[in-house]
Design a protein around this ligand. Structure first.
Ligand code: ATP
Length: 193
């Protein structure tokens, strides 16, 4: 079974992924894979240097993700180029991981961009984590983010209405951590039944 997991910043998506992994799911973290494919020796590495030059490297020869982000930020052509390098590399790595797993595995693809990238049809089930705005702000503030940055990022992401429209299962994370665990455990029991 292939499950897509998403949610807005601060909703608790990563926490849900962790709980699902503890319950027995195989979680594939899309952000981690996107980083991995640009590591030295990986498929995206040479491609990035070929297209963006040595200036995106740090002194040890690794891709400096911050420099790369600055380079493509506000330049749509460069951003599209980078995506055309990273996207196929991620798809191929994810396919490789999935093929290495037994058919019985319950695989959760954890991605913040499920809706923005229109990935919903790839999955047997789409799981969306929602939380009210105040809880999200509070959680992210206590993680050290600034309110203006939190609100800017929320405004840039898909809306809760868009998330609800693609969700097969909603996990509402407005309560305590214990409530979230119970909620996710119930969902897991239904998915793995
Ligand atoms: P991001 O998009 O930034 O990765 P996220 O949606 O993955 O965010 P998490 O990292 O899971 O969110 O959660 C944000 C913070 O809120 C974390 O510090 C997490 O421990 C905390 N948190 C999540 N759910 C709850 C809850 N129900 N009660 C208290 N704290 C929570």
């Amino acid at each position: 079974m292939y499950i897509g997991l998403s949610g807005g910043i601060g909703s608790g998506k990563s926490t849900v992924a962790k709980i699902l992994s503890e319950l027995g799911a195989v979680v594939i973290d899309a952000d981690a894979i996107a980083k991995e494919v640009l590591e030295t020796g990986q498929v995206g590495y040479e491609n990035v240097i070929h297209n963006f030059g040595d200036s995106v490297l740090d002194p040890t020869g690794n891709i400096d993700r911050k420099k790369l982000a600055e380079l493509v930020f506000q330049d749509e052509t460069k951003l599209a180029k980078l995506e055309s390098i990273v996207h196929p590399a991620v798809v191929s790595r994810v396919t490789q991981i999935r093929e290495s797993l037994p058919d019985s595995a319950i695989v959760v693809y954890d991605t913040p961009l499920l809706i923005e990238k229109g990935l919903q049809d790839q999955f047997d089930t789409v799981l969306i984590v929602l939380a009210d705005l105040e809880s999200r702000r509070e959680r992210l503030l206590s993680r050290g983010l600034l309110l203006k940055d939190i609100d800017a990022r929320i405004a840039n992401q898909a809306t809760d209405e868009q998330r609800k429209a693609v969700a097969d299962v909603l996990i509402v994370n407005d309560g305590t951590m214990q409530e979230l665990k119970e909620n996710v455990t119930n969902v897991w029991q239904q998915l793995s039944a």
